[in-house]
Design a protein around this ligand. Structure first.
Ligand SMILES: [Fe+2]
Length: 305
């Protein structure tokens, strides 16, 4: 066959269509990631923390609802939800159905931009360079207040610019969280700490902006959980994320790291805070694609240092 510019263009177009088709399939390949974090005081038995993030749920996503509900088989001691739960103004009953198996156990949450505002149509590639720009058009409100009230009624701790405490499997946890830094709604709560001598200090934020991670590190937290990045969402195999949609470096777009420096488990130096960034479970309904970055929830098994 003679290679002409026309055949090259046709080949590229075909590869693009195939890649896009694959990326819509990968966006539904929900995956459980398991990590172990040596962060508890000496002599303690393990504590299981289920980290959920970025569900971006719509009422028709029954497969996602069933998958999330199935995570209850893990019997976590604590559930932490780092926001961006909703992608439709009428999804709250469906979301509460997904979370229902966890509402009887200790939990904590913060909100993300996609709990306050419904997504708007945009070029999928825009995720790569400026998501916040889409918020300049007047967005539709989502039922964030109703969601927060339902979670608080279930006993989950609301960490929207506040501190709280929770007991999980007999362990006392001091919690601190902020409202979404991506929307500049974050106000780090002043001390003093609500708990004296906890077993663990846990920081929670939706978007892992550096100012928030610095504040949580300076506050003495042992572990910080964050979402928002979608792990880069469209990644390059063998390379990784191209963006974190924040000022966090792409190396830490997802997974277990240290803040401000390296951790697992830093043989040189010390004193960094453990940082876990979830790649999350969803996408915008207007950009339902993931590539080399499956949707995920994480079971963190906390063990003694
Ligand atoms: Fe998100």
């Amino acid at each position: 066959m003679t290679v002409t510019p026309r055949t090259v263009l046709a080949g590229l177009a075909l590869a693009g269509v195939a890649g896009l088709a694959y990326a819509t399939v990968e966006a539904r390949q929900y995956t459980l990631r398991r990590v172990t974090v040596p962060v508890l005081p000496r002599g303690q038995r393990p504590l299981r923390v289920l980290h959920l993030s970025d569900l971006h749920l719509t009422p028709s996503q029954r497969d996602k609802v069933a998958w999330v509900r199935g995570l209850a088989e893990l019997e976590p001691d604590l559930v932490v939800d780092t926001g961006d739960n909703m992608a439709h103004p009428e999804v709250l009953p469906t979301l509460l159905e997904a979370l229902d198996p966890f509402l009887g156990i200790p939990g904590a949450f913060v909100m993300g931009s996609n709990d306050y505002y419904a997504p708007v149509p945009k070029n999928p590639a825009r995720y790569l360079y400026d998501d916040a720009r889409s918020l300049r058009t007047p967005p539709r409100q989502l039922p964030a207040a109703e969601l927060a009230a339902a979670l608080r009624d279930a006993g989950w701790r609301d960490l929207t610019n506040r501190r709280d405490v929770v007991t999980a499997d007999g362990r006392d946890l001091a919690l601190v969280g902020v409202d979404d830094p991506h929307l500049n709604r974050d106000v780090f709560p002043d001390g003093p700490d609500a708990h004296d001598g906890p077993d663990l200090r846990l920081g929670v934020t939706h978007a892992p902006y550096r100012r928030t991670l610095d504040a949580m590190h300076a506050d003495g937290n042992d572990l910080v959980l964050a979402g928002h990045t979608h792990g880069g969402q469209l990644c390059v195999p063998g390379w990784g994320a191209l963006t974190t949609n924040s000022d966090l470096d792409t190396r830490r777009a997802k997974g277990l790291h240290g803040w401000p420096g390296a951790r697992p488990d830093e043989p040189r130096g010390g004193g960094s805070t453990w940082l876990h960034v979830s790649a999350g479970l969803g996408t915008s309904p207007y950009a339902p694609v993931r590539f080399a970055c499956r949707p995920e929830a994480t079971l963190l098994t906390l063990v003694e240092r």
